[in-house]
Design a protein around this ligand. Sequence first.
Ligand code: FAD
Ligand code: 2HG
Ligand code: ZN
Length: 513
Amino acid sequence: MIRSLLRSTASRSFVCNYSSKAVPLTAETYSSKVSRNPSFKKLDETDIKHFQTILNDGNGLITDADDLLFYNEDWMRKYRGQSQLVLKPKSTEQVSSIIKYCNEQKLAVVPQGGNTGLVGGSNPVFDEIIISLSGLNKIRAFDEVSGILKCDAGLILENADNFLAEKGYIFPLDLGAKGSCHVGGNVATNAGGLRLLRYGSLHGSVLGLEAVLPDGTIYNSMESLRKDNTGYDLKQLFIGSEGTIGIITGVSILCPSRPQAFSVALLGVSSYEAVQKVFVGARKELSEILSAFEFMDRNSQVLAGQHLKLDHPIESDQYPFYILIETSGSNKEHDDEKLETFLANSMEEGLVDDGIIAQDETQLKSLWSWRESIPESSTMNGGVYKYDVSLPLKDLYGLVEAVNVKLQEAGIVGFDDPTKPVVEAIGYGHVGDGNLHLNVCVREYSKEIEKVLEPFVYEWIQSKNGSISAEHGLGFQKKNYIGYTKNDVEIKLMKELKKHYDPNGIMNPYKYI
Ligand code: FAD
Ligand code: 2HG
Ligand code: ZN
């Protein structure tokens, strides 16, 4: 039966996961993987003085060891570099002067947005200078007729969306880290998020960019039009380039009208087969109002419950799979009715075992929290190995099952057994986009676990013609594995491109390719 949700508390806002667990990948422990490029200069007092001049009297320089820690470590507290300097420019011209100097001096740099990336891309590996974009955080212009927003790259995604909400528009990207991540970081990673199903990828909605190249040149296509077929579409190179060929300083993006009505349902289903069937049905019956279709497995919900300290809205986590469906449109009554009918039909067909529909805004947020809190919940036992993969829909959950079998064979997994180093491999993600998030939740990071997981996971993905990175990027984590998804010609072209834009290799070294 369809029940309405009575309890709800968890907020949708993002909390930075800053616990005190040991960081396993530091410059000292990287030595087997990578060594510092000796052609890079080591930072000295002259450099610092020069940066102070650029940033006007030293405002925007961080050199204090305690203050540096946040920038040196990633969100999962898995990667930690040794940068001695964070620079926080406030204008594109300052970024240009900084990077030009770094290029001339062969000082390596890491561009950093909100530092919410999940592949170790936003942190230094050794002593690279961190260039934080947080000082470039203004809205530059908004055209209320076309819906085109022009903003600085360091604008926080949630701030951009709140601004647009007042104008009746929506940012065409939404993700759990929106309270911290930057619009520029989103573009640099080509983030996918929760509503890609509705609004498509940033490759489509970004209309223009401003970016500083390693030699200090400012590339500017901010005036770009919706349609413009004059030559190569250069901005596309920067979308998903993860700070390896330039620093994005401005973004021009097409924003859709904000839907007036949102409805959300959370369903319990008994098999992955049923998840796929419900997806086919949702696309057919909900068609243009369907805006998100997310799935979560049972243990992801158990962990979320422990983290949120709440009872699950559908009978105590008894279903192998859960689905979150969001619709958004212009008529709440119409959309609710459609969703209710869809849910009732799916139950009648035996595809859905239980389900609830949010009755108000608070309940809607609460239902979303059972999906959005999983990334944080996954780290709560100590750490997590994250894999973000694209697979044919039919194979999506097969990877989670295969990994759990592998961990069992190795005798290292036990959800309720604290003597085992691995809690469980859980699976969830954006079914609508064929994107699985495999999270191997661990009590501690160890070489033993890594050996079981890699290259097994990548080989499995390759055998199904999937992608080892659907939306999080390559960063440091996947640099050596790109060959599982891209062929030799593709990799060669990418390396040539990198060399062309960044001949000294100063931009985010040791990562990507
Ligand atoms: P950072 O983490 O600071 O940087 C990421 C990469 O981009 C680095 O390589 C960095 O060098 C580069 N970079 C950053 N800013 C610039 C710039 N201005 N110019 C050039 N390069 C730059 N990702 C998704 O795709 N979908 C999700 O649903 C999603 N949900 C998440 C939920 C949580 C709770 C968390 C913690 C992360 C999630 N992520 C998700 C991952 C992450 O939030 C995204 O990758 C996001 O786009 C990163 O933005 P950022 O500003 O934090 O960038
Ligand atoms: C999400 O969809 C994010 O929630 C994060 O992409 C996934 O933490 C992860 O593995
Ligand atoms: Zn995701």
